[in-house]
Design a protein around this ligand. Structure first.
Ligand SMILES: NC(=O)c1ccc[n+]([C@@H]2O[C@H](COP(=O)([O-])OP(=O)(O)OC[C@H]3O[C@@H](n4cnc5c(N)ncnc54)[C@H](OP(=O)(O)O)[C@@H]3O)[C@@H](O)[C@H]2O)c1
Length: 298
């Protein structure tokens, strides 16, 4: 492989939230970030200004300035950007992408040219570049690949005080499904809870403020005590009448997606309750209540 293992100039491919947050964190920690590339030069200029580098270029020009490229574009665009960099003549060095579900195979166009390729997925949610800069240091990074690119990925994880998680290429969809559940689905659960509060007559802002201590304590307990010790509530106690009352109340005027979420999350909470020692007779009764009418829900 024509791999240059000397740490060389770094180019950022992509101008979105992750590209900006990671690019600036690397630059502020003394890494030689030299340029930002995007399809849209205006986006590249704005990202370069945020990161603090002078050069905003197109993908072809990036290969003339950097021999290490961090690709942080929309998941479906990763192979396209890799192919564009390969076509522009990137033939050595290393490339990383930040997509969670895919391994280095998404960079096949570059690997075929002899570029060392790996995945560096920050296991963190980045809603804005500023928030990402605050949240990324100390997070875990899902890394797949070998050689200089994987070593570079591990060095970035270490530089940001994070944890390097080695993920087998064929397990990445499972790993990423876990990330989605821990992040996006928590958002979905909070939104559904706020909608039910709304149906109970409490406005969204007040509902979110009221739910906040409960959400924080539940997450802290699940992580600190483990899910089995953290679980409380009617499923854990075997309170069938309470769960039946919830299901009846959820039937009228509540969106099917919220009803489905209540039932699906309830069935999994019931599995935790079983692990915690709930009797099989109580568990079966609760399961029957939760499954009743579930075919109508999505
Ligand atoms: N945000 C998160 O919480 C998070 C967390 C972990 C990992 N990631 C990963 O980070 C990567 C970027 O995500 P993001 O949240 O930063 O996205 P984003 O803010 O929406 O930015 C997306 C970027 O992708 C580019 N893009 C979109 N379609 C393209 C195409 N067809 N060809 C070339 N470029 C294209 C856009 O380019 P233009 O500027 O040219 O429009 C833009 O720079 C993704 O792989 C994502 O899985 C994100």
């Amino acid at each position: 492989m024509g791999v240059n293992t000397e740490p060389g100039p770094i180019g950022i491919a992509g101008a979105g939230r992750m590209a900006q947050a990671l690019g600036r964190l690397l630059r502020e920690r003394g890494e030689p970030v030299v340029a930002v590339a995007s399809r849209n030069l205006e986006h590249a200029r704005a990202a370069a200004a945020f990161i603090g580098v002078a050069e905003a270029v197109d993908y072809a020009s990036l290969t003339r300035r950097a021999n290490r490229v961090l690709i942080a574009v929309a998941d479906d665009a990763v192979p396209l950007v890799a192919a564009a960099l390969a076509e522009a003549g990137m033939k050595e060095g290393a490339a990383l992408h930040t997509c969670g579900a895919r391994g280095p195979e998404a960079l096949a166009g570059l690997a075929a040219n002899g570029v060392s390729c790996a995945t560096l997925h920050p296991l963190q949610t980045v809603a804005t570049p500023e928030q990402g800069m605050a949240a990324l240091p100390g997070c875990a990074f899902g890394i797949t690949g070998e050689g200089p690119a994987a070593a570079w990925a591990e060095s970035i994880a270490a530089l940001l005080g994070g944890r390097a998680l080695r993920i087998a290429a064929d397990r990445r969809p499972l790993y990423h499904a876990a990330a989605v559940m821990a992040s996006n689905y928590v958002v979905a659960l909070i939104d559904a809870a706020a909608m039910l509060m709304g149906a109970a007559g409490i406005g969204e802002n007040e509902a979110l403020a009221a739910l906040a201590p409960l959400v924080r304590a539940s997450a802290a307990n699940a992580i600190g005590l483990g899910p089995v010790r953290a679980l409380t509530g009617p499923l854990e106690r075997g309170d069938a009448a309470t769960v039946a009352a919830h299901c009846s109340a959820l039937a009228a005027g509540i969106p099917p997606s919220v009803r489905g979420l209540y039932r699906a999350a309830g069935l999994h909470a019931l599995e935790i309750a079983r692990r915690r020692g709930l009797s099989e007779a109580d568990a079966r009764k609760l399961e029957e209540i939760l499954r009743k009418g579930s075919d109508e829900d999505v």
